[in-house]
Every structure is written in C-alpha cells, then in structure tokens.
Design a protein around this ligand. Structure first.
Ligand code: DP6
Length: 326
C-alpha cells in the first residue's frame, strides 16, 4: 500500500470543523525500548513495538496557516534549511486539496537533529496543528498513525509521560499506533548530556534501513526488543528502578551494537560520548543508581531518580535535568 492510499483511507473518517489556523505543542520523547528497523518503509511500520518517555515542556510548538502561492517553512524564526522544508512539504503533499499551500512556523525547545528526537515532536506538533486547521477531528490514535507516516517515533510524541507504540501486524498499518499509559513515576528524572548539536550525517531512516539490510546482528534485534519491551512494562508497573535502568541501557547498547555491525559501519558516538558512558559505569560501580540511553546521535540521556539528583549534578555539572511527570 502507498502512503497516499493509507492517508486517503484515514481521511474518510474526518468529521471536524476547519479553522483559519492551527497551533499545537508536542513533547520530545526518548525511547527506552527503541524503534530500529522497518517491516514496511513506505508506511513506517516497525519490526518491534517500542516504549518511550516524553520530555514535558521540551519539544516543538507549531503554527500552520494557509499560504498564497507556495509553502513557507520556518524553523525557530528563520527560513528553514532546504532539507527540512523539503521533508515538511513532501509530508504536506499528502493532505493538499488542489493548489493549496501552507505556512508552517515551528519552534523547537531542543536542538534539531542531534538525536534528541526533534523530528518526533516536529511531526506530532504538525499533525495536531493540521488537525485543527483542516478540521479532521481525529482521535489521538488516528493522529498517532498520521504522525507515524511522517516519522515513526513521532507516533509516540502525541502523549505525555510513558507511551507505547504497538508494532501491529496488519499490512495496511491500521493497527500500528501509539498510546499513552496511565502509570506515572513522579521521582523519575531524565538528564540530557549534550555532546554535539551538529546535524547528523546519516539520518535515522537511512541508518535503520542500512542496518536492516547489512547487519548480521539485526536478526537478533526484534526478539531482544520484544523482551526489553516486556521487562520495561514490568519494571514500570513495579517501580523497579534498577530493572528499568538496566533494561533501557542494555536496549540502547544492543541497538548501537547492531548498527555498528552494518556496512558501511554506523557509529553515532563521538569520543566524548564514550568517556561519558564510562563515567556513568564508574559511578554505578561506586553505588550510584544511574543509567543512560542514547538515540541516533552522540548525546546521552541519563536516567535516575530524584534522590540521586545532587550526586548526578556533582558528576555532570552541565546536565539538563527534565522532570517528565512534573
Ligand atoms: C533511534 O523515527 O527518526 O530515535 O521513522 O525513519 O523517521 P523514521 O525514523 P525515526 O527513528 C528514531 C530512531 C531512534 C529510536 C526511537 O526513537 O525509537
């Protein structure tokens, strides 16, 4: 099935009232069980279910209006880079009626494309804003499928707190959507350690396709991810922090190991990434309950509880601490 057919099928359910503008915010999300590898690249259908935590007020705010004769895409107050605008316009093509154009103004409170999941919050905010402008009146489940087509991880950015993205089984992708779940964890903290906010050379889409096609280790990935997904759900329900942290860190390391075994090799780490990882391991050996996860970029996201905040701050003075359930 083509992307456009999928969208047309969903659009048959639209029944809201259009507005003159649409505005929305969506949080960034950090995957604790990663999405890496697609069973269908056209519809962004994954080989495994994934689980994430949203970053509260860190994310993307987007305003959409109609434009006269061409799309205008603005990022943080300036004309967006060409690749960024092209990706947004190609997505808007899916929804245009005739010669219809849009102005999209988007502000990020996180560095763009540094592995801090800004394409996730970006597509989620865009879809919510379009829902208001074009009057679709969609549910969060339907919006998450639309966001998924823009970028897989965006399906999870429609939700605060923990979210799961069900991989689904259907070929048409109608059962591959995300939802929030009710458990919260007030004491949980995510610490962002920014190593670089430079644009990455190999984006996630290309990275995961290359991994799936060339990495011998990829065969083992879906089973590990399924296991990690189940363990994370158990750890969250039991508020078992060591199990939670260990499973998230192990999942991230397994994803990176799988991509390093691709050809040409994919390594998103910088030398400083590795030294930070070693500092975390050393602190843990010294008794600190501290773990990390990493996406397709060089930055670390620390996982810890409020009781360890002072110790984490002392070790990493530059850490930006997020309270996902504040
Ligand atoms: C490592 O959602 O950016 O952050 O669907 O091709 O746009 P596309 O990929 P994308 O990949 C995110 C990969 C990840 C893991 C995750 O967020 O689950």
């Amino acid at each position: 099935m083509k992307r456009q057919e999928f969208i047309n099928q969903l659009m048959e359910r639209a029944n809201g009232t259009p507005c003159e503008r649409g505005e929305a915010f969506a949080p960034a999300n950090i995957a604790l069980c990663k999405y890496w590898g697609k069973r269908n690249a056209e519809l962004n259908l994954p080989v495994n279910s994934s689980l994430s935590i949203s970053l509260g007020s860190l994310g993307t705010r987007t305003v959409v209006r109609y434009a006269e004769c061409a799309d205008g895409v603005f990022l943080n107050g300036e004309a967006a880079p060409r690749a960024f605008s092209a990706r947004v316009s190609a997505y808007l093509d899916l929804f245009r009626r005739g010669r219809q154009f849009f102005e999209v103004r988007t502000e990020n409170t996180i560095p763009t494309a540094a592995g801090l999941a800004s394409s996730a919050s970006g597509f989620a905010a865009l879809v919510k804003a379009l829902d208001e402008l074009l009057g679709w009146g969609f549910s969060l489940c339907e919006l998450s499928m639309l966001a998924r087509v823009g970028s897989g991880s965006a399906s999870r950015s429609l939700f605060d707190g923990f979210a799961v993205w069900h991989m689904g089984q259907r070929a048409d992708g109608m059962d591959s959507f995300a939802e929030g779940f009710s458990e919260d964890w007030k004491e949980l903290r995510v610490g962002i350690l920014e190593v670089s906010n430079a644009w990455k050379k190999v984006g996630s889409t290309e990275g995961m396709n290359r991994t799936r096609e060339t990495s011998e280790l990829f065969e083992a990935w879906p089973a590990q991810a399924q296991c990690d997904y189940d363990e994370l759900r158990t750890a969250i329900a039991a508020k078992d922090f060591p199990m939670f942290g260990k499973t998230a860190e192990n999942n991230a390391m397994a994803m990176h190991a799988t991509m390093m075994a691709a050809w040409p090799p994919l390594c998103y780490w910088l030398p400083q990434t590795v030294s930070l990882m070693q500092e975390v391991w050393c602190a843990r050996e010294g008794g600190l309950d501290l773990y990390f996860t990493m996406d397709a970029g060089p930055n670390l996201k620390l996982l810890f509880l409020e009781e360890s905040r002072a110790a984490v701050k002392a070790l990493f003075p530059m850490v930006q601490v997020v309270e996902p359930f504040a």
